[in-house]
Design a protein around this ligand. Structure first.
Ligand code: PMP
Length: 456
């Protein structure tokens, strides 16, 4: 790539490149951060700043940025068969091998996969699969999919409709037959209830909605095991067992959106393994290729697959790049590394507990209302008043201030409102976890000073 000054890059960027989820005018006035290199768990800017990436790219580079075996697998595949599709009765070895591998790492009752290029396309596919399933079951009235407020399920029209972010719906509305229920966000919405009580209450909201809509009209419930983009909302322990009971009771399909929590982040292969839920469909993407190639897909449980594979005729859905050979090769190499290096066990038994212990030390900070972690993911809730959980203001100023302070201290943390999110590579050493916590503390100190000066 041609080398340019940062100023030149920023000018061309502002002139020609519209970024995702961005206020274009605001970004043009500030200038983008130009990332030109990555190595291990670090990214480098065009000006040479080295940052510890506490977000694994966008929750996807779970094995960090230096994985030559993945690069080689992609290059080899490009030389052998750079492209072929799976339409018109064709298939190819990389997609076949990967399908077998995915069946081996996903729950025992999931043995089929439908490939997409992204998590959003996965949720479009989910919508199509759910509808197809109930049509073939001769229950075409079952149309409504229940999701949760503040969920993130992607950005295509269907995925954004399934998502529960009101500011997104405000821009374009949403598809019909999608309903939203309360989220299990105890820190924000738990009030005087204990975590346990609140978990049961949040699950009960699902049952109330099913009954309000009529069981005969409800097709599926979709949820992330832990809400990721919504703020790493780790539900109370009581939540998932109660939800699973309700889904079983009313025979509602369950879709676990594992785009973030699939592939080891919780210390299990999938978040549903961690919580002991039994999804009918799992939507995955991101870390399946370590983020090195775009690939997503939907794992399909036997109950649904048996119906789809019966005499229903053609499933009229699919993408040019469904099961792209190079992406499948990247996924095969990624899963091989995860298995060879026991990444999932390491997160469960070593890295996760160490990360949790070190992160918990930040709870004492005067601006921290709660630190929550699970496996290799965490959130830090920023408050003005630790007792009452009062925020600095309602505009997410504290989060943005802390994020900027974090970057200034050479650490990538993400802000969702006044909630700092951390999801670092699963390959960090203990020393790098120490480095992450030290830098996060420095960011908190710096942000606290700024915010106290502003809000007092
Ligand atoms: N589902 C979840 C749970 C996600 O977190 C995301 C992306 N962060 C998506 C779906 C959409 O994935 P993509 O951006 O690959 O379309």
């Amino acid at each position: 790539m041609t080398q340019h000054s940062t100023k030149d890059f920023q000018a061309a960027d502002a002139q020609h490149y519209l970024h995702p989820f961005t206020d274009f005018k605001d970004l043009a006035s500030k200038g983008s951060r130009i990332i030109t290199k990555a190595e291990g768990a670090y990214i480098y800017t065009n000006d040479g700043q080295k940052l510890l990436d506490g977000m694994s790219g966008l929750w996807c580079c779970n094995l960090g940025y230096t994985q030559p075996a993945i690069n080689k697998a992609v290059a080899d595949q490009m030389n052998e068969l750079p492209y072929y599709n799976s339409f018109f009765q064709c298939s190819h070895p990389a997609a076949i091998e990967l399908s077998k591998e995915l069946a081996s790492v996903s729950p025992a009752h999931m043995n089929n996969v439908f490939y997409t290029n992204s998590g959003s396309e996965g949720n479009d596919t989910v919508l199509r699969l759910v509808r197809r399933y109930w049509d073939l079951k001769k229950q075409p009235n079952k149309r409504v999919i229940i999701s949760r407020e503040n969920a993130y399920h992607g950005s295509t029209v269907a995925a954004a409709s399934l998502g529960g972010m009101s500011y997104v719906h405000n821009q374009f509305g949403k598809l019909p037959n999608i309903e939203h229920v309360a989220q299990p966000y105890w820190f924000k919405e738990g009030g005087e209830l204990s975590r346990e009580e609140f978990g049961v209450q949040a699950a009960k909201a699902l049952e109330d909605k099913i009954l309000e809509l009529g069981v005969e009209n409800v097709a599926a419930f979709i949820a992330e095991p832990i809400q990721g983009a919504g703020g790493v909302i780790i539900p109370p322990e009581t939540y998932w067992p109660e939800v699973q009971k309700i889904l079983n009771k009313y025979d509602i399909l369950f879709v676990s959106d594992e785009v973030i929590f699939g592939f080891g982040r919780t210390g299990k292969w999938f978040g549903c393994d961690y919580y002991g839920t039994k999804p009918d469909l799992i939507n995955f993407a991101k870390a399946v290729t370590n983020g090195f190639q775009p690939l997503g897909g939907v794992m399909i449980g036997d109950k649904v697959a048996d119906v789809l594979k019966s005499d229903g005729g053609e499933f009229a859905h699919g993408f040019t790049y469904s099961g792209h050979p190079a992406a499948c090769a990247a996924a095969l190499a990624t899963i091989k590394i995860m298995k060879d290096e026991n990444i999932v066990d390491k997160v469960a038994n070593d890295l996760g507990p160490y990360f949790g212990k070190r992160m918990a030390e930040l709870s004492d900070h005067p601006m921290v209302g709660e630190v929550r972690t699970l496996g290799m993911v965490g959130a830090i809730e920023l408050v003005k008043n630790k007792e009452t959980r009062e925020r600095y203001d309602s505009d997410g100023t504290a989060g943005a201030t802390c994020r900027d302070a974090s970057i200034a201290n050479d650490l990538v943390m993400r802000a969702t409102g006044d909630n700092m999110i951390i999801a670092p590579p699963l390959t960090l050493t203990h020393e790098q976890i120490d480095e992450l916590v030290t830098k996060a503390k420095a960011a908190l100190d710096q942000a606290y000073e700024t915010l106290q000066a502003k809000f007092g």
